[in-house]
Design a protein around this ligand. Structure first.
Ligand code: FES
Length: 575
């Protein structure tokens, strides 16, 4: 460790190290907590931002893991304090956790700023918690390590592996088609989520935890460790030990996050066959770090990097298998020739040093670059008159016949309209139709919910159809799959072209050419635009009103306009 900070340089010294009336009060309160001078004197204070809650079963273990982090902090000569933050439980928070990602980011930043904190350990993993915590830590700028909650164990139903989300969607369609019984379905409910930890498919959680590690913000190999593995608490105490040194080294996020580290993260995202949601979060994270990044970089790198991880929904296995196969270090070593190995990480070493010796033990789970599981790429960005600022599709999870397709539209004005119509026996629909859902964007949802995998109409499910083109300005769960075109920007609620699509129109998509075209004349589109009536704002008060006034579009990362700019925020005065 190269120590560049003295105790007098630490933020916490302003609270604890002086001799004025206020610092008397701060120390008196530490003593009120049963601590004494040797506990804090000369030591960095480490804030453990914990997204545990009784309603986040992905994070059930984080209360214990915070104790493991504290053990490491004490051992390394720091003073740990735990600060609870929004848990953003993906299954329970409505209308969608995405409405609150930026609230967690603000909370993280201000928790760190307003308290005597010198370094942070961020405990999260369930979808939006990873970007929420990291966005806040980037903007605050103190040394930080992200500790991933880790995936839950493989699901199991009658000896078959069950994946979160992916198999729920699959068997729901089987039930709708009459191929499994109510009893089968009820039994599945007890086997699909068997332990604490995040979803164990390559959903948003697994993708974002891997991206955090690839960026250099987590300890090597940490994102792949199953939550229930004994290696997980060991990793947590390692993080506790390491963050103390990071404070003395002044190893802040801006030294780790560079255009090259973001490129590494995007390459890893592609090789993992990661969730489309990551595009929004990574764009927001890069911009908070002062870097220009847009969706097109994902498209460019997806053409270079094939999918190597054979994990659902693009592949066959689950994250527990991925861990046994060698985990992220194994995968990144396979990608070695494509990565920038000089990027600095939280270990104080380069990413190249961190992945040295990483091996793949099960090559059917993590394929070599010479034999990828898909060359289609994990992300394609399409543009055209229907999405002037772009939209995304995950080609590796699409039936090949739909990658170039022209079809007649069935348009739904909002989710409730779709829910009423989609299973009607008299719906005039074929497998070649294109379903369009409006008002699912950042403003319209609100919160850009994960509605983008529109259900296949029941009559088609019964005919055996399992994929068709679906277009929306919503997002899609990382556990979902199919020919779903998402994140259409600008969104329909603010008058983007999607608002003007009508049933009976035709849309043409060509993924290889990266185009999406609404086959309606410019004159007709202009007529529909002129007739459009702007909807009322979703909220008139409260957090929702702040959200509506300040949220950005998907291609900008859905950050708040007042959080995105760089610029100094004054340290709090202590009087
Ligand atoms: Fe928490 Fe999926 S519900 S990660």
């Amino acid at each position: 460790m190269t120590k560049v900070k003295r105790y007098e340089d630490l933020r916490s010294h302003r609270w604890l190290g002086t001799t004025d009336l206020r610092s008397f009060g701060h120390r008196a309160r530490f003593r009120q907590g049963g601590f004494d001078a040797p506990d804090w004197q000369g030591k960095p204070v480490i804030g453990i931002i914990n997204t545990w809650s009784d309603l986040s079963f992905c994070h059930t273990h984080l209360r214990e893991r915070a104790e493991d982090v504290k053990r490491g902090v004490w051992q390394a000569g720091g003073f740990p304090v735990e600060l609870p933050a929004l848990s953003l439980s993906e299954p329970f928070v409505k209308p969608t956790t995405m409405l609150y990602r930026n609230l967690l980011a603000m909370e993280t930043e201000e928790l760190l700023r307003s308290h005597p904190i010198d370094g942070a350990v961020l405990l999260g993993g369930c979808d939006k918690t990873t970007p929420g915590l990291i966005l806040g830590a980037i903007s605050m700028g103190v040394p930080s390590i992200f500790v991933p909650a880790g995936p839950q164990l493989n699901g199991n139903w009658r000896g078959q592996k069950m994946g979160s989300g992916s198999d729920a969607w699959k068997y729901w369609d089987e039930k709708r088609a009459g191929r499994i019984t109510e009893e089968d379905w009820a039994e599945l409910e007890g086997g699909i989520a068997r332990s604490f930890g995040t979803c164990m498919v390559m959903g948003t959680a697994a993708t974002m935890m891997a991206i955090a590690e690839a960026l250099g913000l987590s300890l090597p190999g940490s994102s792949s460790i199953p939550a229930a593995d004994a290696g997980h608490p060991r990793m947590c105490s390692n993080a506790g030990r390491r963050i103390v040194d990071m404070v003395w080294e002044d190893l802040t996020p801006d030294k780790i996050l560079t255009p090259k580290s973001f490129d590494n993260a995007i390459r890893v995202h592609m090789a993992m066959g990661g969730s489309t949601n990551a595009i929004i979060h990574v764009v927001a994270m890069a911009r908070r770090a002062g870097l220009k990044l847009d969706m097109n970089r994902f498209d460019e790198l997806s053409r270079e990097i094939p999918v190597l991880a054979n994990v659902r929904p693009s592949g066959k296995y689950l994250m527990e298998d991925f861990f046994y196969a060698g985990g992220l270090r194994g995968l990144m070593n396979e990608l070695r020739s494509t990565l920038d190995l000089d990027c600095l990480t939280v270990t104080g070493k380069t990413i190249g040093e961190n992945i040295e010796g990483g091996k793949v033990y099960l090559p059917d789970v993590i394929h070599p670059l010479s034999d990828p599981i898909s060359t289609e790429g994990a992300t394609a960005v399409l543009t055209g008159n229907l999405a002037p600022r772009g939209c995304v599709i995950k080609p590796s999870a699409v039936e090949k016949r739909l990658l170039k397709h022209r079809g007649k539209v069935i348009a739904f004005e909002d989710y409730n309209h779709m829910a009423r119509e989609v299973d009607r026996d008299d719906l005039d629909v074929t497998a070649d139709h294109i379903l369009v859902l409006k008002n699912g964007g950042p403003q319209g949802g609100p919160g850009m919910p994960e509605w983008g995998m529109l259900p296949i109409p029941k009559k088609l499910v019964q005919q055996g159809v399992r994929d068709m083109v679906r277009i929306s300005d919503a997002r899609m769960s990382g556990t979902s799959y199919g020919a779903c075109i998402l994140h259409v920007a600008p969104e329909s609620y603010i008058g983007g072209p999607l608002a003007f699509v009508q049933t009976g129109d035709e849309i043409e998509i060509d993924v290889a050419a990266r185009t999406i075209h609404l086959c309606v004349s410019d004159e007709e589109l202009a007529r529909r635009t002129a007739a459009w009536v702007k909807p009322e704002p979703r909220y008139v008060r409260g957090y929702g009103a702040i959200y509506s006034d300040h949220i950005g579009q998907a291609d900008d990362g859905c950050d708040f306009d007042f959080l995105a700019p760089l610029g100094p925020v004054p340290e709090p005065e202590i009087h």
